[in-house]
Design a protein around this ligand. Sequence first.
Ligand code: CP3
Length: 350
Amino acid sequence: MSPSPQPAAVTDSPFLRACRREPGPHTPVWFMRQAGRSLPEYRQVRAGIGMLESCRRPDLVCEITLQPVRRHGVDAAILFSDIVVPLAAAGVDLDIVPGTGPVVAKPVTALADVEAIPKLSSEQVDYVAEAIRLLRPELGATPLIGFAGAPFTLASYLVEGGPSRTHAKTKALMYGAPDVWHALCRRLAEITLTFLRVQVDAGVAAVQLFDSWAGALSEADYRRYVLPHSKAVLGGLEGAGVPRIHFGVGTAELLTAMGEAGADVVGVDWRTPLNVATGRIGADKAVQGNLDPCTLFAPAEVLSAEVRRVLDEGRAAPGHVFNLGHGVLPETDPDALTRVVALVHELSAR
Ligand code: CP3
């Protein structure tokens, strides 16, 4: 890996300072799924273009990534892509179905299916590197976050064939065929690491590893079946010079274990107050979160009280990146997001 150096303004940005647990001029804020369906300008440029197709077009990726930065003045951009992009690029037959999510043509049930998952070569995601190169000069002092899906969350889509509420087939494979499970996660960790390295080499300033559905597991199962594989990904980026953020939903009982996976910043959903989360994660890591995305539908005074509470609780952490506890919901009024950015900046100004 030979990451391109970041401009000084990016290195000194409030976002990167908070990730490094250094004081800054204000608490930085960005939103998971900020680049997406809550924005009319997003729906306009996406009209008639499939999700995977838009991820393969650097000009579109660039425009969609910039939209929330222009509109809300967030402290970081997140690359417009999806966690299944590297799987599709490697040759796994899947699609992203509107209103449903990723759908896999031939779900994984046996070792032969795992062995049939091709490795990812960097050239297969050249369009992602190209989009990052286009974005950097456009973003100026705003850091760009790259991302990927963690082995468990990717495995869940591949085993279930699509989104699942219970992750029953995934757990059945994990318990019933642990060798197949670990082989699958090793392959996914390899693909994910390749994908993140491409993004780091092209110039992202930070990476986030999404293990969105890890909260479905007990801590014991998480430690046995998932942690080693997430560690392989995050550990593989040690020394890459970019902060690593690790996030999942419903992870209150997993925060200590997730904090051991090798991230610099741990994302927390809205269920666990950030001061409590910090007690579990440890004082050597920053936290990210954790406004309930549904508070964006609440009356203005309720929303501002919640923003204030999250900021107050975040002061217990050695570094705090303000975010939602999960992604922006499509029905969200974009003006509410803009107000949250202004409020976070105003209330946290030092
Ligand atoms: O955060 C951002 O703004 C960057 C873009 C981003 C997308 N997906 C774009 C997208 C990111 C970071 C993701 C990650 C992702 N994708 C995760 C982890 C984050 C999380 O929400 O927990 C997961 C689990 C996925 C899988 C996935 N892809 C789902 C569940 C869906 C939604 C399905 C639906 O239509 O309800 C997608 C599709 C997707 N990914 C959309 C976007 C903007 C919607 C597609 C569209 O606009 O047509």
